[in-house]
Write a protein that binds this ligand. Structure first.
Ligand code: DOR
Length: 291
């Protein structure tokens, strides 16, 4: 079955597979390309209250089964809104960040009426003042979520796995009015160049993504599904139709795909053709039994 539209936490998407924040979401043209290539919705690169250049390089290190990044939330701030002009009506979700509820509220106001929903980034593992500090503090998560959710625009909150109990943070997001949570952002990580005797990434630590983090993401989705009444969107290392089915079995209502896009932009078509094939009818069966 190929469902024409699905609704996840108030956001109508064209299918269950969504382009994750950060990956190819930096321009209107790249967002549009991923939607044309079969993504059911696309999340923008995270946009914050001021233009930001990001960390000094190297910012990305690719290894077997994983990618480590410390981009440092580079973004053009309010100028990004112009990128959305060529995307009118398409299922785009704005990823936004700030250091406090007022900043979240201001950034959200630039996008109102231009996107289907917000995804609050409270979970970057290597962004001083904007990431883990907020995402590991239930009160901050609740208040930042409240500041955006009051717009009435569907508000998803992307959670960090770098906490002792992800359900405590998920519950705070739900209390603040989140319409869904997204699990997970990257896992805090470090690699060292033995030759250079310094960290491989310019920032020192970074965030790990790719197949290596899939089991962590799956565990987080399952814990959140058990603890919350709002939908959970799975994200983290998904690279096959089978991974998508595992996510749905763990409780995900939709799945975001990030790092796998770097191996080929046809990933959405590849996974959809298996997931929605007539003989498979996999997604219908799974959704029928899991939810
Ligand atoms: O791993 C990440 N890198 N997660 C984020 O939320 C932001 C990104 C960056 O720009 O550093």
């Amino acid at each position: 079955i190929k469902e024409d539209k699905i609704s996840v936490g108030g956001v109508e998407t064209d299918n269950h597979l969504i382009l994750a924040a950060g990956v190819l979401g930096t321009t209107g043209a790249s967002l549009r390309r991923m939607l044309d290539l079969g993504a059911g919705a696309a999340v923008t690169k995270s946009i914050g209250p001021f233009p930001k250049e990001g960390h000094k390089g190297p910012c990305v290190y690719v290894m077997e089964g994983a990618v480590m990044n410390a981009m440092g939330l580079p973004n053009p701030s309010s100028d990004f809104v112009n990128e959305l002009e060529c995307l009118g009506g398409k299922p785009v979700i704005a990823s936004i960040f700030g250091a406090n509820p007022d900043e979240f509220s201001e950034v959200a106001s630039w996008f109102e009426g231009k996107v289907r929903g917000f995804e609050l980034n409270v979970s970057c593992p290597h962004a001083q003042g904007y990431g883990a500090q907020i995402g590991s503090d239930p009160d901050m998560v609740r208040e930042c979520t409240r500041a955006v959710a009051k717009t009435g625009v569907p508000t998803w909150v992307k959670l960090t796995p770098n906490v002792t109990d992800i359900t405590e943070i998920g519950i705070a997001a739900e209390e603040g009015g989140a319409s869904a949570v997204v699990a997970i952002n990257t896992v805090k990580a470090l690699r060292i160049s033995t030759g250079l005797r310094r960290p491989l990434l310019g920032n020192g630590t970074g965030g790990l993504s790719g197949p290596a983090v899939f089991p962590i993401a799956l565990r987080c989705v399952w814990e959140l599904y058990e603890a919350l009444s709002i939908p959970v969107v799975g994200c983290g290392g998904v690279s096959s139709a089978d991974n998508v089915i595992e996510m749905i079995m763990a409780g995900a209502s939709a799945v975001e795909i990030g790092s796998a896009v770097l191996d080929g932009v046809d990933i959405f078509e590849k996974i959809s053709s298996e997931l929605y094939s007539d003989e498979g009818e996999k997604i219908g069966d799974i959704l029928g039994c899991a939810h």
